[in-house]
Each structure stands twice: as C-alpha cells, then as structure tokens.
Ligand binder design. Sequence first.
Ligand SMILES: Nc1ccn([C@@H]2O[C@H](COP(=O)(O)OP(=O)(O)OP(=O)(O)O)[C@@H](O)[C@H]2O)c(=O)n1
Ligand SMILES: O=C(CO)[C@H](O)[C@H](O)COP(=O)(O)O
Length: 432
Amino acid sequence: MDRPVEPGHFSACEARLDKHIAGRCSVDFPVAVVLPAGGSGERTGLLTPKQFCTFLNRPLISYTIQTFERVPWIQSIVVVVAKESLDLMMDIIHRFHHRNVLVVHGGSTRHRSIFNGVRALSEGEGGTARVKPKVVIIHDAVRPFVEEDFLLKITMAAKEQGAAGAIRPLVSTVIATTLEGYLDHSLERTMYRASEMPQGFIYDVIYQAYQRCSESDFEFGTECLHLALQYCGTNAKLIEGPPTLWKVTYKRDLAAAESIVKETLSQSACVVTGGSAQATELANALQRSMSALDMEVDVISDLMGDDAKSLSKEWNFIRVSVNSSCFSEVGKMLSALEEADRALLHPVVIIWVYLNVSEDGLSASEPMGGEPAAMMELATGAKLGNILVYGIQLHHSKEATLWGRSVEKVAQMSCALIRDRSPALTGQLLQA
Ligand SMILES: Nc1ccn([C@@H]2O[C@H](COP(=O)(O)OP(=O)(O)OP(=O)(O)O)[C@@H](O)[C@H]2O)c(=O)n1
Ligand SMILES: O=C(CO)[C@H](O)[C@H](O)COP(=O)(O)O
C-alpha cells in the first residue's frame, strides 16, 4: 500500500472497473458499510437531527439504510448514532423491517463516530473478534441517493488502491481571506474538486489510519481519505460521482430529498378498468393524455393472474368505475396492498375515477349517493396504513370536445395527485 502510484496505473484500473460493471461481476470478498449518523444537524436549524427528519412518513436514515440493503454484495451495515438516539434508531429498524444492521454508539465528532463503526466490524461485544471485511465503505447517513453501480466502482477501486472516494466539480471558486476579512488569494478552480461520499477503504488501511491519527485529527478533521494518505501512505483513487451524492446539510436539502423520492415514485401508474367497455375507453384516453404528461400508464382489467404483478410493481393505481359504484373494488385493492405490506417503505396512491353516465348516454345527471362519505371513511383508514386514496368524478359527454376536455382534466389531476402525494387531500372527491 505504500508503493508509489505508477503513471498509467489509474487508467488500467479504470478499464478493469468498467469491465466489472459491464459484466456485472460479483464481488467475491467481504464488504461492509459504516453509516455515521451521530451528528446533531445544527446547520438545519431544526431540533431533530436531520438523519431522523421524516419525509413521506419515513426518516431519512431509513432511506439510506434501504439503499445499502438492496445491494446483495454488502454483507453488513453498521449505523453509528449518538447514545440518546439509540432507542429511536432501534425503533426505526423495527418499524421499517431493516435487517442485518448493527447499531453502535457515536462519538463527539464525525471521525470519532466513524472509528467506532469501523472498530465494531472487527471487535464484537467485550472486545471479542468478528470476521473483519476486506473493504469497508464509509457513507454519510445523510446522503440517501447512491446507486449500486457507483458503490461497486468505489469498492473495486478501494480493493485495488487501498482507498477510493467520490468527487464532484466545485460549484463556487474557493478563496482565502486575510485575518482582516480581505481577499488574500483565490484557488484555480479547475485544479480542485469537492470530496463527497461514499469512500471505500481496505479495512486495515482505515483501521490503522484511525489508530495512528492525532487527537487534533479526531477533533477537527473532515476527510478520511486524508488520514489514509497521511498515516498509511495510501493514495486514494478519486472517481467523479453523480450530483445526487450531495449531503443533506440545510433545511432546504430535506425538501430537495423529498422531491427526488416523489419524482421516482411518480413515473408510472396502473389503470384498472374492471372490464367494462366505457371504463376501458376512458382508461385508454387517460393513458394517452398521461403519457403526454410524462407518466407511463398501463391499462389492465383487473389485478388477477399475471396482472397481479402490478400490485408489487406499482406505487400508483387508478380504479375507473362507471355509474354503479365499484367502491368495494377500491376496498379490495386496499386489502391486497395492505396484505403485501406494499406501503411500508413508500406511500401508495389509489385514485378512484367515478365516471357518471346518464341512462340516455347524453348528459350526466345521476347524483352521487353515499359515496363521498364512504370514501372519506375508507381514505381515513387507508392513510394510517400509508395508502393515499383520492377520488375524481367526471360526467360523460357525447360531445367530443367537452369529453376530451374532461379526460384531459382527469389526466392532469391524476398526475398532480400522484406527484404531490398530499396527505391533506385524501378522501376528497374532486370534480373534473
Ligand atoms: N459526532 C458526529 C457528527 C457527525 N456525524 C455524522 O456525519 C455525517 C456528516 O456530518 P454533518 O453533515 O456535519 O452532520 P452534523 O454534524 O449532524 O451537521 P452539523 O454540522 O450541521 O451539526 C452525518 O450523517 C452525521 O450524523 C456523526 O456520525 N457523529
Ligand atoms: O464530504 C465529506 C468528506 O469527504 C464529509 O461528508 C464532510 O467532510 C463532512 O463535513 P462536515 O461534517 O463539516 O459537513
């Protein structure tokens, strides 16, 4: 690890990395991750530490844990939390069914917390030995959006080089100031990069770096890669990562994280028709209008047989019903989603579209019966299970322009309800 880096070595290493990713090679050595989550999040200005702030009914830390749980070649996840957050963390692990997570006490600074996590991977309770991983990934718990491909790049580079880390181009120029607050000099921006997370290390490198580093490093240091270089002579491989690696630091970053999650949940929907010709006609028209609004829509007659797969695939459902209420069908859909524990990690949206057609097929007249009240009751119960039920009523028209306008309105409302996922609007029967 102390060897100097030869020119050209990085490009050979990069070629191997690409081959690994292209061929989806399995990682044949043990990998663990340490998620430091022991900070207080002062810069958000909130009372709750940012890793425990909740959006869409789930704390930020749970999104990050889920990201790592999905990676099959990561064997263990260590979460480092402040002593006073231990019960809360155990509750989150229990509530969101996280598995294979070891929770460790944090320290007074980020480096101290990370070292506690790293140490826990080789030392069990009371100093007993554990099987230590070959590579350990360190990733701030407050960076929830990291992709498996990028983790693989970092892991393979860490195994080859001893250390590897994510970088991003600088957004602003970095300047040095004088003590009096004047410009001293500015750095040539193209020569510098922002150091982000994840970072990966051969376990022994980061363990020794922490054993050898000074109290001042523990107290004021902000860079693990630097410790590996200074105390183990390991030059980290730097890999440019995507912008989504950014760290939630300020309150506005929590809103940005929420909107990224909402966007990923809102890319598609499944329209269930119940098989009636009029419902299918409306569903097909909605499919055309919603795809023009960038939402992919599948039309199916029911959730039976092969189409039952939609229950485990989709986050958004539209149930079309003509005249006589198919409210019981919405209820059945709810039960199936609840049985599959579908809304445990993300809220699921169901929109009940009630198409009102008069007997003569000309104009709509039939007033609604008890549906609005029943819907409110159903939606109130569903919300407790993280399923958001909304309703839209429209009248059939034989006049093509009017009908087209109504369909367009339903499509726009459906997209807005799905994208906003507003708990405040559940149970409402909106008019298109
Ligand atoms: N004693 C500490 C301090 C920080 N962290 C963790 O390190 C990550 C990145 O640190 P930062 O963004 O600075 O978090 P905070 O220290 O919580 O934020 P602030 O500086 O605004 O208080 C976070 O996941 C944070 O929980 C930690 O595990 N232990
Ligand atoms: O990017 C990082 C290291 O490369 C860290 O996330 C960053 O240094 C943490 O610093 P702070 O705790 O001051 O936000």
